[in-house]
Design a binder for this molecule. Sequence first.
Ligand SMILES: O=C(O)CCC(=O)C(=O)O
Ligand SMILES: [Fe+2]
Length: 297
Amino acid sequence: MGDAAEASVSDVTEIRKKNPDIPTVTRQPFELSEELATGVEKLELQSHLDQIRDHGYTVVPNIASEEFNASLRETCIRLTQETEGPAKGRSAALLLGRDPIFEEVVLNPKIMALVEVMCGQGALLSQLIASVRPNGAPELHLHADQNWTPAPFPVHNQLFTMCWAMDEFTQEGGCTKVVPDSHVNARHPSKEEVAAQEGAIPLECAASSICCWNGSIWHGNYPRQIEGDRVVLHITFSRLALRTVENYDHLDEAWLKDKPYELRVMLGREDFLGSTTIARGSADYAAIPNTFTWAKT
Ligand SMILES: O=C(O)CCC(=O)C(=O)O
Ligand SMILES: [Fe+2]
């Protein structure tokens, strides 16, 4: 076993001595390392990052070739057929590993650079889920994606979402809506603000664009009122910060049988995080009330 692996918590000073490059100062939002700044410049992302910093969102066009976009769309639609129950044909989840194309998506240089700026190095793939919205699909209400982060939101962005539009985004086609600058509120919208949707604008863009926003921006989508399907790949990354040190996945339902509810809660079995299954095609939305309520305590 290596030195680091043998170290106990009290050996942190030792670890620091042996690894003088571990910084003691935290890089502030949008303060890029030289290497990352070079990448951002090469990928022509600076104006997009400025827009996210100042207004909370951006749209990056031409994220891949037309052929790649078409193939991604076909793959997402095919996989929604493997979902069982009400979301069959409408949603496909846990997509990494289900087709090699998704590795290309999450390794896309522009996506990786944006993720590093918005969630730091070591950011975690939180969700990779496709949605298919037909004519008549209802609107999605305004929310901030940092729904399980208490307000006031931290200065450092916690969660970063990119919606890969595989079809043209128009308001009548049910595109995403955002409230520009709403991230400065650093909190969840109130019921009244959700109903009023004041300042919301449609993110209209060509197919093969990614609509991106920080975890604080208030956003939703419009009802779809035209023929055909809107196919979107939702890509969300989060900071590594709150990942648990120990992993108790081996304590399964058999072990938990007849154990107190509190044990289930502290192992994360009663919130919606980590609850996604391929069959359901999403996380367990029945656990959302617990999650979003507890997060605000
Ligand atoms: O479907 C959309 O346009 C937006 C969905 C959304 O809120 C998200 O992916 O975070
Ligand atoms: Fe969202």
